[in-house]
Structure formats: C-alpha cells, structure tokens
Design a protein around this ligand. Sequence first.
Ligand code: SAH
Ligand code: SF4
Ligand code: F3S
Length: 474
Amino acid sequence: MSKRENIVVSKEDLKKQQVFTEKVRKILEDRYKDTMPMAHVHSYGCQQNISDGEKIKGMLALMGYGFTNSTSDADLVIYNTCAIRENAEDRVFGNVGALKHIKKKNPNMIIGLCGCMMQQKHIVEKLKKSFPYVDLIFGTHVVHELPQNIYNALTMDKRVFNVPDSDGVIVEDLPIKRDGTIKAWVPIMYGCNNFCTYCIVPYVRGRERSREPELILNEIKQLISEGYKEITLLGQNVNSYGKGLDEEITFSELLRRINALDGDFRIRFMTSHPKDATKELIDTIAECDKVCNHLHLPVQSGSDRILKLMNRHYNREQYMELINYAKAKIPDLSFTSDIIVGFPTETEEDFKGTIDLIKEVEYDSLFTFIYSKRVGTKAAEMEDPITNKEKSERFQYLLDVQKDIGVEKYKKYVGKTVRVLVDGEGKSGEDYLTGRTDNFIIVDFKGDKSLIGQFVDVEITQALNWALLGKICE
Ligand code: SAH
Ligand code: SF4
Ligand code: F3S
C-alpha cells in the first residue's frame, strides 16, 4: 500500500460510520419522539477549526440533530477547541465550567470536547480529573468517527475518550453544514511540518498533507453553483501545497486552475509562510483576476535574532525583498501580518526591529499577540527574563504605531470607488450594510438588505480607524 493510501481514510471506514449514523438516528427517534434533539456546536480558533466544525455539524444533521445557539436548550454541546495561546484555553475551561450548572438541570445533556486542546495529554488529564461531567473527548485526527463516538456516548455507561496519536489523515466526502451562504472555507491541506518554536499546531494537527487538486476543484465548482461568492483556501502553509501528491503541482498552479473556473467569485487564501512564498506566487496573484489583491504574510518579528530563535527560516532582508517585489508588481496589493510580541529574550532592540519593519511595509492591519508559553514546544524551554509589564507596554505601543499607519492608508481611499462583496448588516448605524474590498478592507455603507451576497461598487466618503464609510454608486 502506498504511503498516500495510508493517509486517506478509506471508503469502507466511512461506510462503517454511516452505519453508526443510522444507529444514532434510531436511538434519537426513540428518545425524543416528536421533538428534535438539539445540538450546540461552537468552534474556537482558526478557520481550520471552523471548517472542522462545519463537518461536525454536517454529520450531526445526518444523525437527526437540529441546532441551537444556546447551551441551555441543547441536548448535545460540542466545543471544538483551540490551543494556540493560553487565553484561548482559559476561555474554553471557563465555558466548560459554566456547563456544569446547565447539565444539572438537564442531566441527559451530552457534553463533548474536541479540537486542538484535546491533542494535549496534560489537558485531557485535567479534564478527566476535574471535569467529570464531560462525557466525550475526541481528537483532531478522528473527527470523521463522530457517529461512532456519539453512539458510544449515548449507549455506554461511561465516558468516551478517543484521542489517538497520529500523523494525521485526509478525509474526503464528509457532509458539511456551512455557516454562511456567501463565503466558504476550503481546506487544501492539513497539518504543519514547520515547528516554529513557539507554536503548538504541529503537535496537535499532525504532519503536512495535501488534498488532491481534482477534489478541491470539484468542491469549489459545487460551491460556485450554489451561489458562493468568496472561496478561502486554507492551510497552515499554503505555499508548500502539493508535496506528497502523485501529480506535480504547486500552489500557484492550483490558484491558476481555480481562477480558470467559470463564475463571478473571489479567491482568498491563508496562510502564506514567508519562507515558502515565492515571486511566482506574486506573479500569479497579478495574473489571476479572481485572486484577491491581498497577501497575509505573517512575519512574527522584525529581528533576525528572534526569527532564528523562532525557527522561521527567513530573515528580515528576504522578507522585505518579497514585499518590495510585490509592491512593485501589484501597486494596490494590501498586506497583513501576524506579530508576536515578547518572544523569550526579546530585547528593546529586537522590538525596535519589529516596529521599523512595520513602518517600512505599511501593513493595512495586523493580528498582534503577546507570546504565550505552550507546553511541549521548544520555546517553552527558553529563559524569559522579560516581564509581563514590559511585554504589555510593547504590545500597546505596537498597536498605536499600526493604528497610525492604518489611518493614513485608509485616508487614501476617500473619493475612490471600490468593489465590495456585501456580507451582512453593518455596525455603523441603522440601514447600514457591510462588506470587504478585494484587498480585505471593511466598508460600511447604506443599502437594502437584498444586496447581501452581491458585489456592489461603493464610493468612499470617509475613513475610520477600522473601516471605510461610503455610498453605493447608482
Ligand atoms: N500557520 C500560520 C499561523 C497559524 S497560528 C503561519 O505560520 O503563519 C496564527 C498566529 O498565532 C501565528 O502566526 C502567530 O503569530 C500566533 N501564535 C502562534 N503561537 C503563538 C504563541 N505561542 N504565542 C503567541 N502567539 C502565537
Ligand atoms: Fe505554527 Fe509555524 Fe506551522 Fe504556522 S508554520 S502553524 S506558526 S508551526
Ligand atoms: Fe487553534 Fe488549532 Fe487553529 S490550535 S489556531 S484551532 S490549528
């Protein structure tokens, strides 16, 4: 058997799960008679998790569950957790704690936890010991075994734990209940091989593995035929897409093939790792009209010393070379990034390097994080003499610097007309709609709700800190 066949979950295994789906359906029909059992599924963390959550909901719908936003009228609660930073984990523990009282009122309620936190032994131990009312725990590599897990939770008089150690699998053809009707997430690869020293993802998501291009294209064709207008391709490092596939294919080639599909839709992708992002990628963005003029290129730090300690495999000069190439090639390309403040041993000098870099690139916006120690990672072993107070001050300073850059950038849009995909009601007042430009900027404007899901041209009248205001062009 080839290595690849070991990675892709077989049709027979999925059939077994279908049998469990039917069994669960019968049990629920017997138990709930004329009422519909309700599930509350909440995903924390990145789009990868959100995408898994949509599959979980897809499987639950086939089992006969309806869905509720509230935990108090739920018969099944599933929290799909994130382990990226301590505050993400704390939030989950807080919310699981709150379920204790709700379960007292509704003892038949099943509480299930899955996602990245569950792939950490110390977390599962803590849940086993201190949260006895949690009924079901399953890991990121066995999401497709949900029917069997729910069956066991419903029929066995003991708690269910299903968290195998694994390098990870690919599961095709799972049912998906998508959260939206306009924008869709499409994973093109799973896992990560990069082991950035601060990051837990490679430990909880397994090794990097790519989906077959044909299957990705088919999924996207289907989405377009259903009326989706924006497709975001997901992977921890999309630029290394294709490794391990029989067919030789790069991420740029995949983008070109998706771009060639008929229909009025946009393509986004995340995340690009700077060590693998190439000039060819920039050329591809330039040449493909459906690929958005936006590049999320997380730099993490502007100090070469820190980048080395982070195991990022690029330096500031290489990063800036790509940014400058992109700026020259696509003048209205917008850049966003992730920044970690307070990585172990980060000095004022290192931090200044990050500030200088931010000013040089002129990002449209940043996702900024204070370093959080993750059990089992290399950075967790590093000495860290920097106080939390210093880290918080740096963090605040960075936000202020970026705010000024953002405001200046946004001002330049006043008087211009931009194309916006309307995705909902806006926060700027009554009758306002909101959407994003091709280059990822939020635009609020007055308009009729019937425009939601359509592309409209908007003339920008005002720049706010976080968004643009405008009016629809007649
Ligand atoms: N694969 C993506 C990032 C996924 S995690 C990439 O390489 O760009 C999203 C972001 O969370 C990271 O870019 C990083 O900025 C942040 N992050 C990850 N681990 C962290 C930690 N331990 N503390 C603080 N921020 C962290
Ligand atoms: Fe984490 Fe680095 Fe992998 Fe991104 S590339 S998921 S930051 S290890
Ligand atoms: Fe969090 Fe897991 Fe994503 S740790 S950021 S949900 S891959």
